[in-house]
Design a protein around this ligand. Structure first.
Ligand code: SF4
Length: 214
């Protein structure tokens, strides 16, 4: 059985990452073992609908997309996420996976672009980081830090250096935690330190104020 519990499938513009602004189908899997203080998808913690892999593939195909993002919650919390990722790649889509970094990436199809968080101290989930996951990343992948305060910024800067992250992936993303750090302030910190990271603001919040279905 390859059934999955799904919170929603929707077509929108990618709000973050290297493909920001590109039309993308999002497959949001239900459930997450973490509880980050800034979480904006708490509605995906419970509920959802049990769906067959084929019904998910059929709904995705109905949008005739090029880009697919599998997200959550924490999608890897459901073991059947792995065969879904492979099936999506087999269909010829460009597939990305958004993951907390707390569950092993072993077994993720190498065709998938992984966008992995490293949880900062102010997320309240820093102890969940599985640093061995860095060894599973390749250059096409991306590492994301959600920055809640100056302490998080300094911590992220230290981790980039400690794990030589710029040698591991092409893109390191810094996102200001919505309502906690001003994007302009974070931009100024990055410029002052000449950090090799991409500042990202969440496009879907700017365009649609985080309304459902976007
Ligand atoms: S890992 Fe993601 S979905 Fe889970 S609590 Fe943290 S922000 Fe929310």
């Amino acid at each position: 059985m390859t059934d999955l519990r799904i919170t929603e499938i929707f077509y929108s513009l990618q709000g973050e990452t290297k493909t920001v602004g590109l039309p993308t189908v999002f497959v949001r899997l239900t459930g997450c073992p973490l509880r980050c203080g800034y979480c904006d998808t708490e509605y995906a913690f419970h509920g959802g609908e049990k769906r067959s892999q084929q019904s998910i593939l059929d709904e995705v195909a109905s949008h005739q997309p090029r880009y697919i993002t599998v997200t959550g919650g924490e999608p890897l919390a459901q073991p059947n996420c792995l065969p879904l990722l492979t099936a999506l790649c087999d269909q010829g889509y460009e597939v990305s996976l958004e993951t907390s970094g707390a569950i092993t990436l072993a077994g993720v199809d190498p065709r998938v672009v992984t966008v992995m968080d490293l949880k900062t101290p102010a997320s309240n989930e820093v102890s969940r980081n599985l640093y061995e996951n860095i060894g599973h990343l390749s250059r096409q992948d991306q590492i994301k830090f959600v920055i809640c305060d100056r302490g998080d910024y300094e911590w992220a800067r230290f981790k980039i250096d400690e794990y030589q992250l710029t040698d591991k992936v092409d893109e390191i993303l810094f996102s200001p935690s919505f309502g906690q750090v001003d994007g302009k302030e974070l931009a100024e910190w990055i410029l002052a330190d000449n950090l090799p990271v991409r500042l990202q603001l969440q496009l879907h919040k700017l365009l649609w104020d985080d309304a459902a279905g976007h």
